[in-house]
Each structure stands twice: as C-alpha cells, then as structure tokens.
Write a protein that binds this ligand. Structure first.
Ligand SMILES: [Zn+2]
Length: 271
C-alpha cells in the first residue's frame, strides 16, 4: 500500500546490476532500507531524492520488516552548503553513521530523527561543525549505554573547574582530587568546560565561534578517548574525518609558521 512520508537519506549502496539499496531515516517509522530498481541508470527519476544527506517527502510502500519501496519523491531540503563543502560533508557523514549506529532499525525514533534534522540544519548554516559533532557524541552516549558525570567532581561537590576527566571512574575530578586517578586524561580544563556547556544546553544555543585549534584538538582527544573506552565503534566516516582534520592541523601549523617567519623578517627589516 502506498503512503506518503518524510525522510532523510542516510546512505545508498549499489545492489545487483543497476539496482540500489537506500537507507532512509523516516520521520514516523524509523530507519528503513529501500530497494530502488535501476537507480544507477542515468536519469533515474528518484536520483536526486536518494542522495545521502537530503530530506525529502516520498510516496512509497513501507514494510515492517525486510525491504521497502519508493515510488515518488519531492525535495524538502538539499542542505546545499553541506553538499558543496567537503569538510561539512565529512562531519555530516560521521554524525549520520553515529546516529544510525545508535538507532535500532525499523522502530520509530522521533528523538533521533529530530536530532539529525536539527544537526543538518545547523551544519548547513556552517556553524562550528566540531562543536556540533561533540554535541551529538555527548547526546548519544546514554543511548550507547554510557553515563558520564559532568556536573561536579566525583569525590566532592565542587562544581567549578578546573576539572580533569577520569575514564576509570566515569566522571570529573577537581584539582584537589586529581590524585584519585593516576591515569586521568590530563585534558586541558577549557576542553572539559566546553563539554559541560554542550551537555547542559540545547543544540540551538550553539553559535559560530572561533576556538583555538589546540583547544579543538583537546576536545577531539577527550571525545575520542571516551568513545574508544566505552562505545568502541569503528566507523569509516570517522577515520576519514580524522585524516581531514589532520591535514587541516598541518596546514594551520604551516600557516602560523609562515606568518611568524614573515613577522620576524619584517622586524629584521625594521631594525
Ligand atoms: Zn573534588
């Protein structure tokens, strides 16, 4: 039976001859795998409605189990900035895989659908993709079965930093209690502060900010350590994002070295 529904395309992969499987997060019925006959032939009418990271209105048949089918599509959002920007695309691809991993197939999940929708809107506005990514990682932690105390020190009621993170005790240590875990992560306290803020506030409060690259890499190290220890996912989109960030870090380093050289030369010349 045909029905009308809204959904966001998570990914698409080839399947026999020219056919394809398209995974779509539907608003009302959760994540579903769709079979699209001949999708990889040129000028297929569903081509632009099956592009990953787009939101569309569809007409099709949704089955409770097994494959579902698409008949028609209509674009709701192409998220153009994401489609055109390699970096934003890499962040979005990782977030999509993360949300997909946390969401059971074939079951409605309004919370995660709204999260994905909201995140794509935010990324499309080109706002602080690293912070948005961290927000999503924090948001999904309980869904992966991990609860980390980010409100106060584990050993006293200290709510003001500086704090460090203890993976062993799953929470924060204030400077008086650093000694309670010799393997504490030794993360820059400002990175912990950012995580506390992201944990406390809704996604809509995230604005474009210029954060120091060293602080961002501390933030990344913190979240990577938490995910490695408690979640243990190996996502291809994450390795790709890591490589991309590494290239940017190196480019930034080179740029700051060049600027320093230029400044030094200028000072030499002024003498
Ligand atoms: Zn303490």
């Amino acid at each position: 039976m045909n029905e009308s529904f809204e959904g966001i395309v998570l990914f698409k992969r080839p399947y026999r001859d020219n056919d394809a499987l398209v995974k779509i997060f539907t608003e009302d019925k959760g994540t579903k795998m769709f079979f699209v006959k001949g999708l990889n032939k040129p000028n297929h009418p569903l081509m632009s409605y099956t592009l990953p990271l787009t939101k569309n209105q569809y007409i099709g048949t949704i089955n409770q189990q097994g494959l579902s089918f698409l008949r028609e599509g209509q674009s709701l959002s192409m998220y153009r900035h994401i489609q055109m920007d390699v970096d934003l695309q890499a962040y979005a691809a990782y977030i999509v895989q993360l949300i997909d991993s946390a969401t059971a197939d074939n079951e409605p999940h309004a919370t995660n659908y709204q999260l994905l929708e909201h995140v794509l809107d935010k990324l499309n506005q080109q706002l602080a993709p690293q912070l948005i990514t961290t927000y999503v990682e924090l948001f999904l932690l309980p869904q992966f079965g991990t609860h980390i105390n980010l409100d106060h020190c584990l050993y006293c009621d200290e709510t003001k930093g500086p704090f460090d993170m203890s993976l062993r005790h799953q929470g924060l240590l204030c400077s008086k209690h650093y000694h309670m875990d010799e393997f504490r992560l030794r993360i820059h306290p400002n990175a912990i502060y950012i995580v506390q803020q992201l944990h406390r506030y809704a996604l809509k409060h995230i604005q474009s900010v210029n954060l120091d690259p060293n602080l961002l890499s501390e933030l990344r190290r913190l979240m990577d350590e938490i995910y490695k220890e408690f979640v243990g996912l190996r996502l291809r989109s994450k390795s790709y994002l890591d490589q991309l960030e590494k290239i940017h870090d190196e480019a930034n380093l080179l740029k700051s070295m060049r600027e320093k050289n230029k400044k030094d030369n200028q000072e030499q010349a002024d003498k």
